[in-house]
Design a protein around this ligand. Structure first.
Ligand SMILES: [Zn+2]
Length: 158
């Protein structure tokens, strides 16, 4: 079987001329199951977006991800940036079929960081299950900023 060569197609080449495209680009194949579309990224950058909890996953460092992006999620009083024990528990108990996620950290104001998220990434040695460090833990919770966390991670990596 001979495959049709679209680069030889007159109509396509005319269109390319009209666009002023003088070379064929290299494209990473877009997979809507795995990649955020431009529209999705735009929506997530501005507001909360409802997604099924089953579509959430975690990066190797346990941070929360939707498709190919970090996201934040919320429960009543907390925001989450990891696929933490609290989220896992709610998902496995069927209490969180859908969840709201966003990329916009200004929407997190007024909510405290989830301590199980800090635990999941071992943020500054945070241990949610050892209460004897309560004072230390509270201080970390109050000071935590996700942007600082990301920055410090990338600094460590270089
Ligand atoms: Zn959490």
């Amino acid at each position: 079987m001979k495959l049709y060569d679209f680069k030889q197609d007159d109509k396509l080449n005319d269109l390319r001329d009209m666009m002023g495209a003088d070379s064929f680009g290299n494209f990473e194949l877009f997979d809507p199951q795995r990649h955020l579309s431009w529209q999705e990224r735009k929506a997530l950058s501005g507001q909360w977006v409802n997604v099924t909890s089953a579509s959430l996953h975690a990066y190797g460092d346990h941070t929360l991800a939707y498709k190919n992006s970090h996201v934040f999620s919320i429960t009543e009083q907390h925001f989450h940036f990891s696929l933490c024990d609290e989220l896992k528990k709610r998902i496995s108990q069927g209490r969180l079929a859908n969840t709201q996620v966003t990329l916009n950290d200004s929407l997190l104001q007024g909510r405290m960081v989830c301590e199980y998220c800090l635990h999941a990434v071992s943020y500054q040695g945070y241990d949610a299950y050892r209460r004897r460090h309560e004072e230390y833990n509270q201080r970390i919770i109050k000071k935590f900023k996700f942007s600082d966390y990301l920055q410090s991670k990338y600094k460590d990596a270089t």
